[in-house]
Write a protein of this length. Sequence first.
Length: 164
Amino acid sequence: MAVQRAWYLLQTKPRQEERARENLENQGYDCFAPKLSAERIRRGKRQTVVEPMFPGYLFIYLDQVADNWRPIRSTRGVSRMVTFNDMPLPVDSDIIEELRQRVAGQEPQSELKSGDTVQICQGAFADLDAIFECYDGTERVVLLLNLLHRTQRLTMPLASIRRV
């Protein structure tokens, strides 16, 4: 019987994704815990933080799940293997590759200042240029958009714009 290697999903204990990943890698397992950089307001200041893309979960690359089941379950930081009908279901490797490309291509957005030119990337106004006015909370921005020779104020998610 040929050994088939595949990616599987593990649930970690709350806020212990990094601990579980480190402990599993120390045991020789190949793990993947994708992370994103996001802007958050902490102590009144806007900061870029790196946080898990899937909080509470990580992916592990295994060849024989039955042989590796016991060490994985007893690893610090790991809660359980995600199963369906009491059987772990492999995650398509194309999905993992797509996640790796998205994480690798991500670049943190630098602090925007009032008057900066930005481009809208998503929604009805996609591909239009606008002027950044201010932040509206942690995840939203106020933009000035020139429509029909009038300047309109527009509020939208921070993730849907990029600096030009």
